[in-house]
Design a protein around this ligand. Sequence first.
Ligand SMILES: C[S@@+](CC[C@H](N)C(=O)[O-])C[C@H]1O[C@@H](n2cnc3c(N)ncnc32)[C@H](O)[C@@H]1O
Length: 90
Amino acid sequence: MEFFEPLKAEFISVLAVNTNKYRGAHYATFPLHLVTPCVLATCPPDGLVLDPFCGSGSTGEVALNNDRSFIGVELVEKSAILAQDRLQNC
Ligand SMILES: C[S@@+](CC[C@H](N)C(=O)[O-])C[C@H]1O[C@@H](n2cnc3c(N)ncnc32)[C@H](O)[C@@H]1O
């Protein structure tokens, strides 16, 4: 498959991964083990993570459980409420 040829790997900025399940959430939540290294590598402890497409709040869960602050933006009210409830437990 051309997309995965080694010589082109350095230009790949899109990862193909399976989505995760989260109770009540839509079909495309992030696996936490995918988000965790991204948050830890790009935001210092006590830093602020912004997810402008927050969905069920997976990125927020990782941020808050790793000593980062979090701001999530979500268009769909039901998802925003779900994320808010989820993040209150972090
Ligand atoms: C792929 S989902 C994100 C899933 C999230 N990473 C998670 O783990 O739950 C993308 C989200 O972006 C939201 N969205 C789409 N357009 C938006 C917009 N213009 N502003 C804010 N949120 C938006 C959708 O409602 C959807 O919940």
